[in-house]
Design a protein around this ligand. Structure first.
Ligand SMILES: Cc1cc2nc3c(=O)[nH]c(=O)nc-3n(C[C@H](O)[C@H](O)[C@H](O)COP(=O)(O)O)c2cc1C
Length: 394
């Protein structure tokens, strides 16, 4: 059986799954629930010198019919002071003396904002600090993602925190930039021990079409929020992979992870630890059991003894556009034993492909002379009955 234990920035984790800084880590009570369920570690809800009250409502699930696509939140940082967190930490440590606790911290453009929080929390059993330079809801006054988008301010702030602590220092990056790698590079150069990719993507959940206010609506107005959950994964994974291949620094993946498979994908692009938020909020702390079992089974099936054996495995295959071989030509193959004749592939091919699929005797059939091998139909098939095969030589 594979070993999910891992060491990241010198900290030993019983498994590589952490609950990220979020409502699910908002106080000792919630954090203990995470630990009892079996999470490898937690990142505290972001603590600042000045606690913030939170808007109500502050969360809007983005749906398509009954399907949940993501979550937009306009939550701010912890409503507890750093001093109140000291009591929370003591209470956690009474029950869980060893389990890794990462303190997420936020400050602005003054060294004291950061350093005082570090000094208050450090003696009370935190294992590392994670700088939140990436919250899009709090992006004003040089805080949040405003700070994390500007390499010079970022360097300054990391320098202040680096000076204040010798504990491992993680920097949680924002996906709201064209290229995240220079920011990861800054983190490395300023002495951070790891980066986390990523926080939420700036987004807008929708508009109330009766009162014309953005959602979620607070007292008749709305603001842009942070988009998380399944819809974020493609963007955050791209950020993680860009860092994985360009910057030599330990990496934690975060964004849209809800299944072991998502976590494994982050690992293949260089993450040796992952953080989860929305999936915990939607499904409960207990999902950790499925995440660890799924990852364990996968590692066993692939004869990989540890998580580290998976880290970076997809990076050699990650290239740039000119490297794609445009001479490769494939076409769709429908397995008649799997096809249920639903016609979803035909409809998609008619509108977004090459009109190469049709129904014959209640089964989808490919016109091999017309099919251009675009691959759209594969994802449309509800029975996984379509694959790509090589086009026969003319
Ligand atoms: C309601 C809510 C509150 C959050 N609060 C924080 C926070 O205080 N600090 C932080 O660094 N990230 C915060 N996040 C971001 C998450 O930690 C995580 O980076 C993001 O949601 C992407 O992961 P996910 O797709 O698994 O949710 C919050 C996310 C949500 C949904």
């Amino acid at each position: 059986m594979a070993n999910l234990e891992t060491t990241f920035t010198g900290i030993h984790f019983p498994n590589p799954f952490l609950v990220s800084s979020s409502p699910s880590t908002t106080n000792a009570h919630m954090i203990k629930k995470a630990f009892r369920a079996g999470w490898g570690g937690v990142v505290l809800k972001t603590v600042g010198l000045e606690p913030t009250p939170n808007p109500s409502p502050r969360m809007q699930v983005v749906k398509d019919g009954r399907d949940k696509r993501g979550l937009v939140n306009i939550e701010l940082i912890s409503d507890l002071t750093a001093l109140q967190w000291v009591d929370e930490l003591k209470s956690i440590r009474d029950e869980f003396p060893e389990r890794p606790l990462i303190a997420s911290i936020m400050g602005g453009g003054r060294a004291e904002d950061w350093q005082e929080v570090v000094h208050l929390l450090e003696p009370h059993g935190v294992n590392a600090f994670e700088m939140n330079v990436s919250c899009p809801n709090f992006a004003h006054g040089g805080r949040g993602s405003q700070l994390g988008q500007d390499p010079e301010s970022l360097a300054l702030a990391i320098g202040w925190v680096r000076q204040a602590t010798s504990l491992p220092l993680w920097v949680k990056l924002t996906p709201n930039v064209a290229d995240v790698t220079p920011l990861a590079q800054v983190a490395k150069e300023m002495g951070a021990d790891a980066v986390v990719a990523t926080n939420t993507l700036s987004g807008m959940a929708g508009v109330d079409l009766e009162c014309f206010a953005p959602l979620p609506t607070v007292g008749g107005i709305g603001i842009f929020g942070g988009y998380s959950g399944p819809g974020l994964k493609a963007v955050a994974l791209r950020c993680a992979a860009s860092i994985g291949r360009a910057v030599d620094i330990p990496l934690a993946g975060c964004g849209g992870i809800s299944k072991w498979r998502d976590a494994a994908e982050y690992m293949t692009v260089g993450a040796s630890l992952v953080q989860v938020c929305t999936a915990v909020m939607w499904n409960g702390y207990e999902i950790i059991a499925k995440l660890t079992k799924g990852l364990n089974d996968y590692l066993d099936q692939h004869d990989l003894a540890t998580v580290n054996d998976l880290v970076g495995k997809a990076l050699p295959q990650l290239k740039n556009y000119p490297d794609i071989d445009l001479n490769i030509k494939l076409l769709a193959y429908v397995d008649p034993n799997k096809c249920n004749g639903c016609g979803l592939c035909v409809r998609a091919c008619d509108a977004g492909g090459f009109e190469a699929l049709f129904i014959q005797d209640k089964k989808a059939v490919v016109d091999v002379l017309v099919c251009d091998g675009c691959g759209l139909c594969i994802g449309m098939c509800p029975t996984d009955g379509i694959s790509m095969v090589a086009k026969a030589a003319p």
